[in-house]
Design a protein around this ligand. Structure first.
Ligand SMILES: [Zn+2]
Length: 173
């Protein structure tokens, strides 16, 4: 796999609903490695497959205490307590949205070898996982805004982008 390209709004890849990974092969492991390096290069704390145009249930996060790869993540439990965090997104440059999410989440996912693990995340880690799991369903932080603000935010992102034009969009499986 070559270099991955970060997709930014309004790229339709960001709206893909991803599919469950069934084959844990070297392609998946390599995709995870490439996603992690793109995330680190971009100074993000998380990156989901849709953000690089892939329709698979894969994400990486590194909220400050080490890289975690997740394949087919699911939420087993979430705290009733919810808190707000001003979130940004690598795919929505220049935008931050104050999003209310569970303070703690318990996740089950597979690692790159297909082995299940269960992990509980608090605070920033919990926010990052929930943000990236939204991406796997095609949900973006701007969707938490009311329709008018969402429209304004979308226009702002588009006008703020540099002149680089994406003429062709490929959404890979
Ligand atoms: Zn994001």
């Amino acid at each position: 796999m070559g270099q991955l390209e970060l997709k930014t709004y309004p790229d339709p890849c960001l709206r893909i609903r991803t599919k469950t990974v069934e084959k844990f092969n070297s392609d998946i492991a390599e995709t995870l490695r490439a996603m992690a390096s793109l995330m680190h290069e971009s100074h993000g704390i998380g990156l989901a497959a849709t953000q690089v145009g892939l329709g698979l249930s894969i994400l990486v996060i590194d909220p400050g205490d080490g890289l975690i790869n997740m394949i087919n993540p699911e939420i087993l439990d979430r705290s009733k307590e919810k808190t707000y965090l001003e979130e940004g997104c690598l795919s929505l440059p220049g935008l931050t949205v104050n999003v209310k999410r569970s303070k703690t989440v318990k996740i089950r996912a597979c690692d790159e070898n297909g082995n299940f693990f269960v992990k509980t995340f608090d605070d920033l880690g919990a926010k990052a996982v929930q943000h990236e799991m939204d991406h796997l369903k095609g949900i973006l932080i701007m969707d938490y805004l009311n329709p008018i603000m969402r429209f304004v935010a979308g226009r702002k992102i588009i006008s703020g982008r540099n002149a680089k034009k994406t003429c062709e969009v490929t959404c890979n499986e």
